[in-house]
Design a protein around this ligand. Sequence first.
Ligand code: CP
Length: 324
Amino acid sequence: QRHLISAADLTRDDAVLILDTAEEMARVADRPIKKLPTLRGRTIVNLFFEDSTRTRISFEAAEKRLSADVINFTAKGSSVSKGESLKDTAQTLEAMGVDAVVIRHGASGAPYRLATSDWIDAAVINAGDGTHQHPTQALLDAFTMRRRLVGRDAGIGQDLAGRRITIVGDVLHSRVARSNVDLLHTLGAEVTLVAPPTLVPVGVETWPCEVSYDLDSTLPKSDAVMMLRVQRERMNAAFFPTEREYSRRYGLDGDRMAKMPEHAIVMHPGPMVRGMEITAEVADSERCTVVEQVANGVSIRMAVLYLLLGGNEPAVSQARTTAT
Ligand code: CP
């Protein structure tokens, strides 16, 4: 069985294939009827132990556009609140005959545990685990960067070689930052992390990126600047940075955005905390791709599901044919 657990597991060719397939899927989204029959008769469970807006809705939209049968499970209101384990939950799903499990979990490593267990014989897709990985987020971010910085058609078959990407904020708690560093490095981009010293992970020197504490000097050298939310829910209250001090040093406002090259974009995985890491002026500006990232997420998740669940070439050809 094939799984998607970590962006670090993807080769350059894997990643470019997913990005190219997502371009085909995006053409389906441009049609009046946004459906393909590719996963008809397949059952996918969205197993969410942690809150989500974008990822959960986006996976569900992707699954429905591929005609899969979709079961949504959230830990709240389930027997998990009565103490049921991941193993027992997985075995319950196995008994129902699911083909794929999309899992978000607060514990780093939970999707890997599920994929390598004998509890369930289904493809496992990591929708975010603890502070570890969020591979489909990194893929949709790379897709957005490739479209904006290389071009929608010009980007087909291309990676992000030489593009300079700056990721700013709470790197310590960010699975988005980890996944992006892994994938962007694989795609040939140069990544710089900018964060307060207290929000830089131990061992970051082994990551394939640079680290800076000075946002203002990094912005003029950036093709894309990705802002991260400060994840208070993963912090001891004693370590909360004050909003004013954090914004002053690491927030992106209009004056700072003006230091970026004209072609450079502002990204955010969401949810945004306006006034903390990003001002409303920047979030609502034309340079900010946050809404575009959400739309691209559906195409990326369609591509991942299609490739993992044994989609065959005619289905992609069908998307290509019907779109042209
Ligand atoms: N970007 C992201 O993972 O958002 P959600 O937590 O809303 O899914």
